[in-house]
Ligand binder design. Structure first.
Ligand code: AVI
Length: 323
């Protein structure tokens, strides 16, 4: 059973994160099974969580500027597209620009996601605006695929929206930007959404909403381990906890053990002891200052071409161009 357990990447990472000598951790990408993805959708509707609405507002207002900046012979690829809801405005602007040049043709769109269900919905809903090529792969593999398939002379516009870059550790974010750059050619674009630093109380309310949706999203990670790795976490004995580290500009999401307890995770081959008050660190959400993005862009091999800010929530959409 033990060897079989370690064949499974999820089991291996859960084991490593919960058996480490210091702070227990779990990788945030495992928050998104079917239940977690549905809960995240619900988070984006919460009045306290303005991030997604701000992202959509800026894209809606500036989709035409993005298309004009990069020339209108564009192929669009989106990292972590989900169902592609926010991309509609970009594809509409591009379809308008394309129609004036070649009335019969539609732009190509490569949504990249690990969820087959989300990709299928995306392909159905955007088929009238673009030729949709769903890519069920990791971000960088999917991007390499899209880059290989563009026609000569076409410019690639990569979308990385919703401030997902904030869920990377700062070094990993820079490494990721360099990885994106390597898949691109000079002159290609990256539209990068970044949530901005705001008052701690506002951030805490966004990630610890009174309805408890963020809490359910966080606790579902333990539920997922129970379901997929045959574990016996008692979810009622853990509490959602949000902290803000102002110096590091990040929200930290934890699960706090309410009692001394022992948990068996059979398919990871481990028994984990939790002391009362001990936490599992499940996610970091880094926030940015508008002035930091240009430096990040340069380090990753881009220049910051334009930046649009939503003043209502504090969110920047950044158009980076590969140099
Ligand atoms: C997906 N990501 C940008 C969200 C965020 O705000 O960092 C994930 C999230 N975690 C808790 N609530 C939302």
């Amino acid at each position: 059973m033990y060897a079989q357990a370690l064949d499974n990447e999820f089991a291996r990472e859960v084991r490593a994160g919960l058996m480490s000598a210091g702070q227990k951790t779990l990788p945030c990408r495992y928050l998104y099974d079917d239940i977690g993805s549905a809960l995240f959708e619900a988070i984006t509707c919460l009045p306290e969580y303005g991030l997604t609405r701000a992202d959509a507002r800026v894209i809606q207002a500036h989709a035409g500027d993005v298309v004009r900046s990069l020339g209108n012979d564009l192929v669009v690829a989106e990292l972590g597209s989900g169902t592609g809801t926010k991309t509609r405005a970009i594809l509409e602007a591009l379809a308008r620009a394309t129609r004036t040049r070649r009335p019969a043709s539609m732009p190509a769109y490569y949504p990249i996601d690990v969820s087959a269900a989300a990709l299928a919905k995306c392909a159905r809903e955007l088929a009238h605006l673009a030729v949709v090529h769903p890519v069920e792969r990791s971000y960088l593999e999917g991007l390499a695929h899209a880059a290989r398939h563009r026609a000569p002379g076409q410019t690639l516009l990569v979308l990385f929206l919703g401030s997902t870059i904030g869920n990377f550790e700062p070094d990993a974010a820079l490494e990721f930007l360099s990885g994106v750059r390597q898949a691109l050619s000079r002159g290609d674009g990256l539209l990068l959404g970044t949530d901005l630093v705001k008052p701690a109380a506002q951030l805490i309310e966004a990630y610890d909403d009174p309805t408890g949706v963020n809490a359910a999203f966080n606790l579902n990670l333990l539920g997922r381990i129970n379901r997929e790795l045959d574990a016996d976490f008692n979810l009622r004995q853990f509490a959602h906890e949000i902290r803000y580290d102002a110096e590091r500009q990040r929200i930290e999401m934890h699960l706090r053990s309410l009692v001394n307890q022992r948990v068996r995770i059979r398919k990871a081959g481990v028994v984990v002891d939790f002391a009362a008050k001990e936490t599992i660190w499940t996610e970091s959400c880094h926030k940015f200052r508008a002035g930091q993005i240009g430096d990040m862009a340069r380090t990753g091999g881009f220049r910051l071409d334009q930046q649009w800010i939503d003043a209502e929530w504090g969110f920047a959409e950044n158009l980076l161009v590969a140099v």
